[in-house]
Ligand binder design. Structure first.
Ligand SMILES: C[S@@+](CC[C@H](N)C(=O)[O-])C[C@H]1O[C@@H](n2cnc3c(N)ncnc32)[C@H](O)[C@@H]1O
Length: 240
């Protein structure tokens, strides 16, 4: 199996000759291409959890913000979404998502585009589900700004706030807005950013992962969160 996939990957890579630094990784029992500079799913257990957690709209339209390798977008296509829009700020991530869509036979369903949040989305494009595993680390003030990588860090959650401002306008009636988040993010800041905007947060799924680090055992909670603008009668059952 591995050699067959590797041969397929080699063929794909040959068509992307500017990339000579390519990794093949295994996640959730599948092989995936990882291009240099793209967010590495091996570093974030959340990426392996979201494909099983996100309520993909079978027959509907799904948008993944910040698609990185496109693993969640391919899962959406596999779950029967009619059309998957995979957006990322980074051109390498867009190519990476296309390659993985091709590798898994969903190039006709997954449409990857370079986009700063919704900049490449038309005003009248609407989705049934919008999902983002955002860069949720809020850097401490002493972290040099040139060390801040847009795949990991969002100082003061300014990017997340911009995302929330625009996302509602691209949801169909009854559409759902979902976020991947972890306890290594700034939960208090998320609460205050959403509260300011009148957004309610509910937890759809959660899991804890333990790590051995040089500082000792670390435990991180991962959540799939649903964001709603409450109207009478549609308040979700519980918040984080
Ligand atoms: C935590 S990573 C998640 C990557 C991928 N979804 C995954 O689960 O492996 C966040 C992603 O958001 C992208 N991103 C950051 N700022 C963005 C923006 N303004 N517009 C679009 N994508 C952005 C990053 O390039 C990165 O790929």
């Amino acid at each position: 199996m591995r050699s067959i996939v590797r041969a397929e990957v080699k063929e794909l890579i040959a068509s992307v000759d500017e990339y000579d630094d390519v990794e093949v990784i295994k996640l959730n029992g599948d092989f995936w291409i990882l291009l240099k500079g793209v967010y590495d799913p091996k570093e974030d257990p959340g990426v392996g959890l979201y494909p099983g957690w996100v309520p993909f709209p079978a027959g509907g339209d799904f948008l993944e913000m910040g698609c990185g390798t496109g693993i969640v977008s391919v899962a959406a296509a596999r779950a029967g979404c009619r059309r998957v829009t995979a957006l990322d700020l980074g051109p390498e991530a867009v190519r990476n998502a296309r390659l993985n869509a091709h590798l898994h036979g969903f190039l006709d369903v997954v449409h990857a585009r370079e986009s700063d949040l919704f900049s490449a989305v038309d005003d009248d494009e609407y989705f049934d589900v919008i999902f983002w595993n955002p860069p949720y680390l809020n850097p401490s003030d002493d972290l040099a700004t040139d060390n801040i990588h847009t795949a990991f860090y969002d100082p003061g959650y300014l990017i997340l706030s911009r995302f929330l401002d625009s996302a509602w306008g691209h949801l169909r009636p009854g559409g759902r807005l979902l976020l991947g988040f972890g306890s290594d993010g700034d939960v208090e800041l998320l609460r205050s950013v959403t509260k300011r905007a009148g957004i309610h947060i509910s937890t759809l799924a959660e899991s804890t992962r333990e790590y051995e680090t040089i500082q000792g055992q670390v435990s991180i909670d991962y959540w799939l969160l649903e964001l709603t603008l409450p109207r009478a009668g549609n308040l979700p059952p519980h918040g984080i």
